[in-house]
Design a binder for this molecule. Structure first.
Ligand code: CU
Length: 172
């Protein structure tokens, strides 16, 4: 026996409701996925330390700003301890970051004939080295443990030290 349907003015509305009912689970599913992604992104951003690296517990965080041709650090004196230096190159040239412990002032470091600081000098004890240079706009997190003494922060790319990229630092 064929199925019969009553003709009803609400018929069209009912079929719309039916079709919505059939896609509703899909819409809910998509919304749940979108919401879950949003939560993951928010949590990731909220817990992300600058530079995308972990800052070890108990470390002092110090920002260093480099530019052509200057190094700026917030303070000149710091307590001994573990440090995370958040080094940002504001450009426009690449810059590196080196910290030596040394008794001499930052503007009187031993030089090689090519006017770069003599990194092999026995008067310099390496405390930190960025290794490669930072590109303009790059921020890098660099860790060091500083015991009491006098330190110098330098960019030793060709010509940069003599152009003024050196800072004294006292740890006490
Ligand atoms: Cu430089």
């Amino acid at each position: 026996m064929p199925r019969t349907r009553t003709v009803d003015p609400r018929d069209a509305g009912e079929s719309m409701a039916e079709s919505f009912a059939s896609v509703a689970p899909t819409i809910v599913g998509v919304l749940v996925v979108v919401l879950a992604c949003a939560i993951v992104i928010v949590v990731a951003l909220a817990t992300r330390p600058s530079g995308g690296l972990e800052v070890p517990k108990g470390s002092h965080v110090v920002h260093i700003d480099e530019q052509d041709f200057r190094i700026h650090v917030r303070d000149a004196t710091f307590p001994p301890g573990q440090y995370v230096f958040v080094d940002t190159n504001h450009g426009p040239s690449p810059h590196e970051l080196v910290i030596w412990k040394t008794t001499g002032p930052a503007n009187k470091l031993p030089l090689r004939p090519n006017h770069r600081v003599d990194e092999d000098s026995p008067t310099l004890t390496s405390a930190l080295d960025s290794g490669s240079s930072l590109n303009p706009g790059e921020t890098r997190l660099l860790t060091a443990t500083l015991d009491p003494g006098h330190y110098v922060i330098v960019c030793n790319l060709p010509g940069h030290y003599l152009s003024g990229m050196h800072v004294d630092l006292i740890v006490k």
